[in-house]
Ligand binder design. Structure first.
Ligand code: G5P
Ligand code: MG
Length: 217
């Protein structure tokens, strides 16, 4: 679709819409979506060594240890090769950001700035098809048949880490760890923030921003 390789990172609190906006970026710009949480959840379903190691951390809202996640994500980025991508969920702290910056030139950081009260309400209604990472939300993007994935017809589940007590822990951890990462990217003039309460107001702005960026390259 576009000739220049474009490497973007999407940052935002749990439930801020990183996955939702990334899907639209995939459809509109043809970028690959590399989402650490989706990769980890797929490994949990398949009961791989990585999945077994990650499960407890995810269920309790803690970060999976850096060395495990970093190895997995760098392997995935290497596999992707010279293609435009959007990284979602990685980097998650300064140590991960250091490792990423040592090997990849990031072109833009999209920061989703959504109030916590909106997020807490949203994730109560989130249902997912874990094997594919497809995400639904009752009243926002409902599945065609209640409780079933649109593509496979398989049952939808709720994420264990979407329980209210785990969500508040994830939000707290996010503020604590991502402040320095955002500041690091901001010092390099890479951050563009999109503030709002709904994806329908945020997406047109992200789309405009990326169209301008990609065409400039
Ligand atoms: P994840 O999977 O990276 P989080 O916590 O960063 O998880 P999450 O929860 O996946 O982020 P999101 O992708 O930002 O949220 O949001 P989303 O799914 O698109 O939208 C949230 C819901 O709102 C959806 O149901 C969507 O349909 C709905 N929605 C969107 N827009 C609107 C709207 O306008 N209106 C309404 N009503 N609804 C809307 O990480 C999970 C765990 O994995 C581990 C950690 O344990 C982490 O907690 N992990 C890592 N650990 C270490 N290092 C890393 N790099 C790690 N990455 C993941
Ligand atoms: Mg997500």
């Amino acid at each position: 679709m576009y000739t220049k390789i474009f490497r973007a990172v999407i940052i935002g609190a749990p439930g801020s819409g990183k996955g939702t906006i990334s899907d639209r970026i995939v459809k509109t710009f043809g970028f690959l979506h590399i989402a650490s949480g989706d990769i980890l959840r797929q490994n949990i379903i398949k009961n791989t060594d990585l999945g077994k190691k990650a499960q407890q951390y995810i269920a309790s809202g803690q970060l999976v240890p850096d060395e495990i996640v970093t190895k997995t994500m760098i392997a995935r980025i290497t596999e992707v090769g010279n293609k435009s991508y959007i990284l979602d969920g990685f980097p998650r702290n300064s140590a991960q950001a250091d490792i990423l910056s040592a090997r990849e030139q990031i072109d833009a950081v999209i920061n989703l700035d959504i109030p916590h009260d909106v997020i807490i309400e949203r994730v109560k209604h989130r249902w997912i098809h874990a094997p594919s990472g497809r995400v639904y939300n009752i009243g926002f993007n409902d599945p065609k048949i209640a409780g079933k994935d649109d593509v496979t017809g398989e049952p939808l589940t709720q994420r264990e880490d979407d329980k209210p007590e785990v969500v508040s822990k994830r939000l707290q951890l996010y503020d604590e760890l991502m402040g320095p990462v955002l500041a690091w990217y901001a010092e390099r003039d890479l951050v563009t923030s999109f503030k709002g309460r709904e994806t329908k107001e945020i997406w047109p702005r992200v789309e405009r921003f990326l169209k301008d960026k990609v065409n400039m390259g």
